[in-house]
Design a protein around this ligand. Structure first.
Ligand code: SF4
Length: 78
């Protein structure tokens, strides 16, 4: 399990989450930030600081944002 960054981050990239993550799991992509599911320790620190409420616990990701679970994981592959 991990936290996941969803579509409101696209074009926003506020990066407040990067500052609070204790394990540097959040990395910058071209259009949005992503959370490395293998590094994330599920501390939850990033979720409340996101000004656009883009961050969800994996199980809480809204139905229409579920593709972002895969998108976050894929960013760190290869
Ligand atoms: Fe980092 Fe904690 Fe957010 Fe995971 S839940 S990305 S460890 S701040």
């Amino acid at each position: 399990m991990a936290f996941v960054i969803t579509s409101p981050c696209i074009g926003e990239k506020a990066a407040d989450c990067v500052e609070v993550c204790p394990v540097d799991a959040i990395h910058e992509g071209e259009e949005q930030y992503f959370i490395d599911p293998d590094t994330c320790i599920d501390c939850g620190a990033c979720e409340p600081v996101c000004p656009v409420e883009a961050i969800f616990e994996e199980e809480m990701v809204p139905e229409d944002e579920k593709e972002f679970i895969q998108k976050n994981a894929e960013f760190f592959k290869g």
